[in-house]
Design a binder for this molecule. Structure first.
Ligand code: UDP
Ligand code: MG
Length: 312
């Protein structure tokens, strides 16, 4: 029992061959400098470049490094979950492989957890992303806060720390799609946030297309809240009330002014608006039905091909 490491670092990797050597060069000294036992778990999320080869090299040279090799690309959050499953540290810290989260900030997160916080989020200072990403994040952050009622400033930043009890609870969740910072927040009794530096992606391109980002945010909204459904029911009620009022108005008008035939296109515009609203509603419903379907199928969320580590 006593040879469990104190700190676990979790890093998802997807086609990051250009970043890995520099990442490790910076991360390893930071961890050694902290003077606590540690393990570093990389998940290779089905990379098609030399990432796995490089990671296996780290594992061969360092007893603290383990590499989970996925059978394909299952996404960043599944990669983190797989690492959580095999993690053993009391303090678990997640970070990105592209050096957008400086490894030098890890001691800050651990210090915050040692103060008794069981989930430590981070807020990106001077965020280095495109204006499009920043404004999209701003909207998502506000919407998520309103809908889920969780108090988190910056959902998107993956440099985060979780205490063992939070990680254990996350491991008990078997949902097919998820969003780890929100899941962690759900189980945290005493969450906290620190400010961290943020850098531009060192090499390569973001692994998230606009479509993947939209999907991720739908998962965040529908996975942690039913407010979209409730809002939609409310909207339906308001529309019906409006329709009743409008009918009464038309009835009165019929008696006062006479029959009305013009304004057909106005009617079309109104109709299109309502049809759009209805399709939107069906879409939201579909999101939830889709999630239920995924859960019901109970397929494995990811497939691990092999775990690479020094056998000592
Ligand atoms: N990532 C992953 N699987 C994926 C997409 C991304 O493991 O399908 C990893 C990626 O290698 C990186 C982290 O998740 O370590 C964040 O990805 P990225 O930097 O592309 O996202 P962004 O910073 O643009 O949000
Ligand atoms: Mg990045």
């Amino acid at each position: 029992m006593t040879d469990y490491p104190i700190i676990t670092i979790v890093i998802p990797v997807y086609n990051e061959q250009g970043n890995l050597p520099r990442l490790f060069e910076r991360l390893y000294p930071v961890m050694q400098g902290m003077g606590k036992s540690f393990e570093i778990i990389f998940t290779d999320d089905g990379s098609r470049d030399r990432s796995l080869e490089i990671l296996r090299g780290f594992a061969a040279d360092h007893p603290q490094v383990r590499v989970i090799e996925f059978n394909g690309n299952f996404g960043q959050h599944m990669a983190i979950l797989a690492a959580f499953e095999v993690s053993r540290g009391e303090y678990v810290v997640t970070l990105d492989a592209d050096l957008q989260n400086p490894p030098e900030e890890i001691p800050k997160l651990v210090a915050e957890m040692e103060k008794g916080h069981d989930a430590v989020g981070s807020v990106r200072q001077k965020r280095q992303d495109t204006i499009f990403r920043r404004s999209a994040s701003l909207i998502v952050n506000i919407m998520t806060r309103k809908m889920t009622g969780m108090k988190m400033t910056d959902y998107g930043c993956m440099l985060r720390g979780y205490r063992r009890n939070v990680v254990d609870n996350i491991n008990r969740c078997q949902e097919a799609t998820t969003f780890i910072p929100a899941l962690g927040q759900t189980f945290a009794a005493n969450p906290s946030e620190v400010e961290v530096a943020h850098a531009e992606r060192a090499e390569g391109e973001s692994k998230y297309s606009v479509y993947k980002l939209v999907r991720l945010n739908f998962d965040l909204m529908t996975g942690f809240s039913v407010v979209p459904l409730q809002l939609f029911a409310l909207l339906g009620v308001l529309m019906s009330l409006f329709a009743v009022g409008f009918s009464l108005f038309l009835l009165a008008r019929r008696f006062l002014v006479g029959a009305e035939v013009e304004g057909v296109f106005t009617l079309f515009a109104i109709l299109f608006f309502f049809v759009g609203a209805i399709m939107f509603g069906i879409g939201i419903l579909g999101e939830y039905v889709g999630r239920i379907y995924q859960e019901v199928r109970r397929r494995p969320r990811y497939v691990v091909r092999k775990i690479h580590e020094q056998n000592n």
